[in-house]
Design a protein around this ligand. Structure first.
Ligand code: AMP
Length: 123
């Protein structure tokens, strides 16, 4: 799948639409999810153009990968969720129901998040 530069996170990176920023580094931008599924729900995205985790880990350089994952940890600490815990999640592709085709990691926290995988809803 080729990268679609009109996806919503690409537009956020270009400043065309606003976001509620949580953290920013040379390699990553973190912002609050527009439809939070936990008391704290933040997305961390690389600044480079990558469709998904598969694409990112295949094509990104070592500095981008290291910088991105360091930013994930920094974001969690900036949010103050490192003490009680948090869940990281990245959806890749159809079976994971990835909606936005720009790689992102969800940070969910702020309450007991329950079991890791729930049965799929009927659709
Ligand atoms: P995924 O299913 O992993 O692709 O998740 C995409 C996430 O992006 C969902 O949790 C959406 O609520 C979130 N989202 C979509 N549009 C925006 C936006 N403009 N600002 C913040 N979060 C968004």
């Amino acid at each position: 799948m080729s990268y679609d530069p009109t996806n919503i996170f690409a537009r956020i990176l270009r400043g065309e639409i606003p976001c509620s920023k949580a953290h920013e580094t040379e390699h990553a931008l973190a912002f609050h999810d527009i439809a939070p599924q936990a008391p704290v729900h933040v997305l961390v995205i690389p600044k480079g153009s990558y469709v998904s985790s598969d694409d990112f880990h295949d094509r990104a350089g070592d500095a981008e990968i290291a910088g991105f994952w360091r930013a994930v940890g920094e974001t969690a600490r900036a949010l103050g969720v490192d003490r009680n815990g948090y869940r990281l999640l990245a959806n890749h592709g159809r079976d994971a129901r990835q909606e936005v085709p720009h790689f992102h990691v969800h940070i969910c926290a702020g309450a007991d998040l329950g079991r890791m995988i729930r049965p799929p809803e009927k659709s």
